[in-house]
Design a protein around this ligand. Structure first.
Ligand SMILES: NC(=O)c1ccc[n+]([C@@H]2O[C@H](COP(=O)([O-])OP(=O)(O)OC[C@H]3O[C@@H](n4cnc5c(N)ncnc54)[C@H](OP(=O)(O)O)[C@@H]3O)[C@@H](O)[C@H]2O)c1
Length: 255
């Protein structure tokens, strides 16, 4: 589908790479030839992932970034660029969720979700865009939103709001940075079992929930590889402001 080396020598930074989708994205992009900066808060896990990628012939460098901390983002991007040069692409993936209903989410939890998912993605993309514009060679920004940002789902109110913000941010950045040859796109995955939700999907209630999906299955991280490679590689110079719902038809049965 994509050339094995479609990202050969390109520097891609993946946030939230210490677990779940981000870890899978980092491995996928490394296999496509990219030099990967893996970022998150848990340094030990990043070190292990970078070592694993290097052991399989790839190039990877761990950088600790808390996306809720603007100073950490600046320092992290400096460290990433010192290791592998200017960024070709950002995979803006770090995120948190809380499945409680609206009346059970207190203010502190609402703030945590928004600070990570909406403001954290904004700060990462904003600083990346600033650097890409200064360099003058364009780039690719891929925001990992969610089907929860497209449709209202019980128990995902604040989370869904944060992802709706990411979807809007994607379009706004695509518009403002179009002249700078920066493509900004969003991927909206359906449910994939990761540390974010596996306690639920491993339960009886979780299995019952999945049985209501049309295809009666969860997605796999592998199902997101095609839109990920499409958006990070810059395969089409015209692809910007797009929002890819990639959910295995789950969205028809959620709510
Ligand atoms: N799994 C799904 O069903 C699903 C569906 C749709 C969308 N998504 C989205 O996909 C993305 C990845 O989710 P996942 O399922 O892979 O979840 P996960 O397994 O819980 O991983 C979340 C990642 O985000 C990082 N993270 C959280 N807060 C952070 C912060 N303040 N600063 C830096 N990194 C932070 C975590 O690393 P540290 O704790 O080490 O910092 C971890 O690497 C999220 O944006 C999520 O909303 C997931």
């Amino acid at each position: 589908m994509f050339a094995k080396d479609c990202l050969s020598g390109r520097h891609v930074l993946v946030t939230g790479a210490s677990a779940g989708l981000g870890r899978h994205f980092a491995r996928t992009l490394a296999r496509a030839g990219a030099k990967i900066t893996v970022a998150a808060r848990r340094k030990d896990r990043l070190g292990a992932l970078a070592a694993e990628i290097r052991a399989s012939g790839g190039e990877a460098h761990p950088v600790q970034i808390d996306v809720t901390d603007a100073a950490a983002i600046l320092a992290g991007l400096d460290a990433a660029e010192a290791a592998f040069g200017p960024l070709h692409a950002l995979v803006n993936n770090a995120g948190v969720a809380d499945p409680r209903r609206i009346l059970d989410i207190d203010e502190a939890e609402y703030d945590r979700i928004m600070a990570t998912n909406a403001k954290g993605m904004w700060l990462m993309a904003q600083e990346t865009g600033r650097r890409m514009i200064a360099r003058g060679q364009g780039g690719q920004i891929v925001n990992i939103a969610s089907m929860g940002g497209l449709i209202a789902t019980r128990g995902l109110s604040a989370y869904g709001m944060s992802k709706a913000a990411v979807i809007h941010m994607t379009k706004a950045m695509a518009l403002e940075w179009a002249r700078d040859a920066i493509n900004v796109n969003a991927i909206c995955p359906g449910y994939v079992s990761t540390e974010m939700n596996d306690y639920f999907f491993d339960s009886e209630a979780g299995r019952k929930f999945v049985s209501t999906f049309i295809r009666k299955r969860l997605m796999r991280a592998e199902d997101l590889e095609a839109p990920l490679l499409l958006c990070t590689s810059g395969a089409s110079r015209a692809l910007t402001g797009a929002v890819f719902a990639c959910d295995d038809a789950q969205g028809y049965t959620l709510y």
